[in-house]
Write a protein that binds this ligand. Structure first.
Ligand code: FHN
Length: 460
């Protein structure tokens, strides 16, 4: 929401734009039924947890220039460096330490089920050997070859899914120019060049599908005034014709907020994209969404940024998001040498240790049956089993669960062979827990109840 408002407000303020056709008559891009969409998105929705990767020429300056730090993938906009000078970073981009299998192992060991990597960010530099422009990694860097296909192949060898991020806005392309003094964002389109640029976009996206078999197209940079809802719907139809089961985010069309379309029954694309935030509640079983977040404060590599989320932050975000029926896309920004920062790896490793014990309470689950977050934690559910994620371990060893159901069985995922004693009081089920929580970040209880889960009003 903040993202879209910021980007579109900038555009409207600076350009007096009212030409957004966000209210254009919605024409469905497919006649797909909710059941057919659910089947197409099943693997994505069951995955719940993915790795976002922001990698490009911006990784070379690593967020620093002329004594200034704290930048990253918006370097071109924040410095307004002349294009010819920025292009020279390509000569320094030589990721000799890039090991796709090692990156995939980091993701897999963290419990992640899919990877989404920037194929082309706003900088306009293609991370594969595209025929559409020579402004690409194979033609302009000493590395001399693309990095996407090797990662896609490594992901599939490890049983992970592979997707690609693609920016509609392109700060390098001659069809566009900055709309504001001293900023490249948002771009304005030279009207006579739009058709050519869209054709190049489609050619590049076709290459990505054909060369990497990308399963997700994660669009971004859609807030420009020259990209309309109709353009987004046309792009969805084009991509579906190329790869009918491809998963597309809602940023394929202009957004007024990161859940645009998803919350109005007029989706363009398949899932909503709250960014750097977790919605206060879920959106119901047929609304798909994914919270994307940085591990520190930047998407691209920013050498000086050591403000890392803790493993507890990551695990509890993942639980909170899953308890609302969403996916968590957590980002790393590799260095120009091809390394994922060690501080990021440490946090992903810690997350993986939690997932190896408790992952069944996240994967292929549905949102909590309780209307609100529970006072001591969160819940998810799967095939009649309730998973209780306890953040705050009860000092008296009694966990109160506002449930009408009787409990058939309960155990800690960390101690599956030790049934928990259960009882009831006026406010529902009471579970008797051991004195020590098995995991200080979140301990998970599997609760099998008879019949459909019937929550009770929370105790006042
Ligand atoms: O401007 C981009 C930003 O660099 C980053 O790629 C994020 C990730 O979702 N998307 C845009 C900001 O909303």
């Amino acid at each position: 929401m903040i993202r879209a408002i910021l980007c579109s407000a900038v555009a409207v303020l600076c350009l007096g734009l009212t030409s957004f056709d966000a209210d254009a008559k919605y024409t469905p891009t497919t006649q797909e039924s909710p059941a057919q969409k659910a089947a197409r998105l099943r693997w994505w929705s069951d995955a719940r947890f993915g790795l976002f990767i922001h990698w490009g020429l911006y990784s070379v300056p690593a967020g620093e220039w002329n004594g200034r730090t704290g930048m990253a993938e918006w370097f071109m906009d924040e410095t307004m460096m002349p294009l010819a000078q920025y292009e020279r970073f390509a000569a320094q981009f030589n990721p000799t330490q890039y090991d796709p299998d090692a990156w995939v192992r980091i993701a897999k060991d963290a419990g992640m089920k899919y990877i989404v990597i920037t194929s082309k960010h706003h900088e306009g530099f293609a991370m594969w050997d595209t025929q559409a422009t020579d402004y690409n990694i194979a033609k302009r860097t000493p590395y001399g070859k693309g990095v996407l296909k090797p990662l896609a192949e490594a992901a599939r060898r490890a049983g992970l899914h592979f997707g690609t991020y693609y920016s509609i806005m392109d700060w390098h392309h001659p069809s566009q120019h900055g709309a504001q003094q001293n900023h490249r964002n948002p771009t304005l389109m030279h009207p006579e060049l739009k058709a050519q640029y869209v054709a190049e976009m489609k050619a590049e996206l076709k290459e990505l599908i054909e060369q990497t078999d990308t399963e997700i197209l994660w669009f971004d940079g859609e807030w420009v005034n020259w990209w309309t809802v109709a353009d987004g719907q046309d792009m969805v139809r084009y991509l579906r014709a190329l790869k009918p089961d491809i998963v597309i985010n809602n940023r394929v069309a202009y957004l007024r907020n990161d859940m645009e379309g998803m919350d109005r029954g007029t989706p363009v694309g398949d899932f909503g994209t709250p960014e750097q935030q977790i919605p206060p509640a879920g959106f119901g079983p047929d609304v798909y969404w994914e919270s994307c977040m940085t591990l520190n404060d930047h998407w691209g590599y920013s050498r000086a940024d050591q403000n890392w989320k803790s493993p507890q932050d990551v695990v509890r975000n993942l639980i909170d998001i899953a308890s609302k029926g969403g996916n968590y896309l957590l980002n790393v920004g590799p260095t120009a040498q091809g390394r994922i920062p060690e501080a990021a790896v440490e946090r992903l490793d810690a997350t993986g240790r939690w997932m190896r014990v408790n992952g069944e309470s996240i994967y292929a689950t549905q949102a909590s049956p309780f209307a609100h977050a529970l006072p001591w934690g969160r819940a998810t559910q799967k095939s009649g089993r309730l998973y209780l994620h306890v953040f705050d371990w009860p000092a008296d060893g009694k966990l109160h669960v506002p449930l009408r159901n009787t409990v058939a069985h309960a155990h800690l995922l960390a101690a599956p062979d030790t049934p928990l004693k259960t009882g009831r009081d006026a406010n529902g089920v009471v579970l008797e827990l051991p004195a020590q929580a098995p995991d200080a970040v979140a301990s998970v209880i599997a609760l099998d109840v008879s019949g459909p889960v019937v929550p009770l009003p929370e105790a006042q």
